[in-house]
Ligand binder design. Structure first.
Ligand SMILES: N[C@@H](CCC(=O)N[C@@H](CS)C(=O)NCC(=O)O)C(=O)O
Length: 222
């Protein structure tokens, strides 16, 4: 008997689900995973399942959580290493996780997460998305310079909630391949190589074609 349920959206597309799923997996919570095929907007039935009408949605030992960042915080109660041990580093991790949760809308709109989108490389570049990407590159570089010694992730060797929050950005950058610094490319490669990211991509590749959404699968125009 498991301790609850994690409801997520289509793995090919659901960026917020990826964040919650990574935190739950890293914390080792014993939950049943339910995947709801997303409709690319208002998915029928989601409001009946999740109080916020969105995924990820976690029910665990009586707790009910429908915001990815809240799920990350909850998971860190079981696995404190999901935040850095040092207080200043932990504060920084929360600040950049919060910046991700609240922002980078232009990037999210211009380059929707679509893990296997054909002929996407070099497309979907807008000035505003480029500005978001520049801010993210600067934020990653600053974080790694101050706290990242000893490993490939934002806070070194351990994959933290901050990495989980930025993982879907990595997915977007890998799909659309905008110009990136060598350092940012190395970080993206490290995140993509994490065993849980490999699992997510592999499971996404096995999702039924009936779940595909044309608007996220068709070759982008420019
Ligand atoms: N602020 C929420 C955003 C969650 C969200 O927007 N999730 C999308 C899927 S990636 C969703 O459920 N959209 C509703 C729908 O597709 O019907 C969070 O951090 O969890």
């Amino acid at each position: 008997m498991s301790d609850g349920t994690l409801t997520i959206g289509t793995k090919r597309y659901s960026s917020w689900s990826l964040r919650g799923w990574l935190a739950v997996k890293l914390a080792g919570l014993d939950v049943v995973e339910v995947v709801i095929p997303l409709a690319g907007g208002v998915t029928p039935g989601l409001k009946a399942i999740s109080p916020g009408g969105t995924v990820p949605y976690l029910e665990h030992q009586g707790a009910k959580l429908w915001e990815s960042l809240a799920i990350c915080e909850y998971c860190a109660e079981f696995a404190p290493a999901l935040w850095p041990a040092d207080r200043a580093a932990r504060a920084h991790a929360r600040a950049i996780a919060g910046e991700m949760h609240a922002g980078f809308r232009e990037l999210r709109m211009a380059m929707p997460m679509s893990l296997y989108r054909a002929r996407a490389a070099g497309t979907c570049r807008t000035e505003r998305a480029a500005a978001d990407i520049a801010r993210i590159e600067a934020l990653w570089a600053d974080t790694r310079a101050r706290f990242g010694a000893g490993g490939p992730f934002l806070f070194g060797a351990g994959f933290t909630n901050a990495d989980a929050m930025y993982a879907p950005v990595v997915c977007r950058l890998l799909t659309y391949q905008p110009p990136l610094s060598a350092e940012a490319q190395a970080y993206c490669a490290a995140v993509r190589a994490h065993p849980l990211m490999r699992q997510w991509y592999d499971e996404a590749a096995r999702e039924p074609a009936g779940w595909f959404l044309e608007k996220y699968e068709s070759a982008p125009e420019g």
